[in-house]
Design a protein around this ligand. Structure first.
Ligand code: NAG
Ligand code: NAG
Ligand code: NAG
Length: 341
């Protein structure tokens, strides 16, 4: 008991130090960004210039429609009406919006796999919003375009809603920087239009932390998967915060998937939740630090994309992952892990 108490205390000291250090460098980044925006806005804070930037960003954005996992149409972010017949989508269908992250696009392997899984399990209209031209800039430049991108994506969704799509049948997914976008877009539409469900994967931390944002105001059900300590956020304000691997900070499989890292593994794991069970622990592991209340987990509960969202389950959920693809643990391994503790 003493030993447990001591190691727990040491762990908390370590975490606090880590948080302070991490926060410190992020604050510096934030100030650097703010300073940069201030100087440039002093020189150029004209309505015309802001309109120009917005125009430049939207000009390069593409809205890509898929039905039955087949790309049916590509449109511009400027369109105030989409050719729904041409897209094969019907406004009575469910719709899903996919948002990629920094230095990514809708053609990335994870994006095409996710579109495929969503088409198979969810059906309806899948729409990937490609902002890869802006996403290929430095992280700082991308970050300074955050509000412009949020506005552009919100206006795409408003166009869809105006054409008859129902936000009650809406779902939005965002990875990393795209996760922050998904939350900001959802919050900008709220409460006038409430997107039914939003899932994010290792929402980006740098530039955003430690600003307390209420991500639960982004949609009816907001669940956020967390997988890394260096690139993911520490703001756990979604309805559900799913802590993958070691306390949502690190994935054991980085050892076998060096090219992905704990951050990149988040989408791979999310995609695998469609086909493999990822069992949740029924309590907070002693080595993990929990700020949010722990969720009450029913026996055998698995996490991932949830077609019929169980709104009874909210709070922090811990889900151990394994070393090798597809990264799930069998029930037996889970019990063995619990027995060891
Ligand atoms: C200010 O805006 C003009 C366009 O209105 C642009 O050509 C110029 O590069 C901008 N200057 C800076 C410092 O961003
Ligand atoms: C998609 O598949 C369904 C069922 O197989 C079919 O009814 C529908 O017509 C297809 N839609 C398109 C646009 O191909
Ligand atoms: C992952 O899930 C599958 C399907 O239930 C199961 O057969 C497999 O044992 C699990 N993976 C591991 C590593 O146990």
């Amino acid at each position: 008991m003493n030993c447990f108490g001591l190691s727990h205390t040491l762990y908390i000291i370590y975490l606090l130090q880590f948080l302070v250090n991490g926060t410190h460098s992020r604050l510096n980044l934030k100030y650097a960004i703010l300073k940069q925006t201030q100087t440039s806005s002093l020189q150029n804070d004209t309505f015309a210039y802001r309109q120009q930037t917005k125009y430049d960003v939207q000009k390069t954005m593409r809205v890509i429609f898929y039905t039955n996992n087949t790309k049916t149409m590509e449109a511009s972010a400027f369109d105030d009406k989409y050719d729904l017949k041409g897209s094969g989508c019907s406004t009575s269908d469910k719709f899903a919006i996919v948002l990629h992250g920094w230095i990514q696009s809708c053609s990335d392997e994870w994006a095409t796999s996710l579109i495929e899984r969503l088409s198979y399990y969810r059906g309806g209209c899948v729409i990937c919003i490609d902002y890869s031209v802006v996403a290929s800039l430095s992280y700082m430049r991308l970050y300074t375009n955050f509000d412009t991108l949020t506005g552009a994506i919100a206006s795409i969704i408003l166009t869809l809603i105006r054409q008859g799509f129902d936000p009650k049948r809406g779902y939005m997914f965002g990875f990393s920087f795209g996760g922050q976008l998904a939350s900001a877009v959802g919050r900008s539409l709220w409460p006038h239009h409430i997107i039914e469900s939003i899932d994010t994967c290792d929402m980006a931390g740098p530039g955003f932390d430690p600003i307390a944002v209420d991500h639960s105001k982004a949609g009816r059900h907001v669940q956020c998967f967390h997988s890394s300590r260096d690139k993911g956020t520490f703001v756990y304000s979604c309805h559900r915060n799913i802590m993958l691997g070691s306390c949502g900070l690190k994935q054991p499989s980085v050892a076998s998937q060096l090219h992905l890292g704990s951050h990149g593994l988040c989408v791979d794991i999310y995609i695998n939740t469609f086909d493999y069970p990822f069992y949740a622990l029924n309590a907070t592991p002693s080595e993990c630090w929990s700020l949010q209340k722990a969720a009450k987990i029913p026996e055998g509960y698995t996490v991932g994309y949830e077609e019929n969202y169980d709104s009874q389950i909210t709070g922090q959920i811990f889900v151990p992952t394994s070393l090798h693809y597809p990264y799930n643990l069998s029930k037996k391994e889970l019990l063995r892990l619990l027995a060891k503790k």
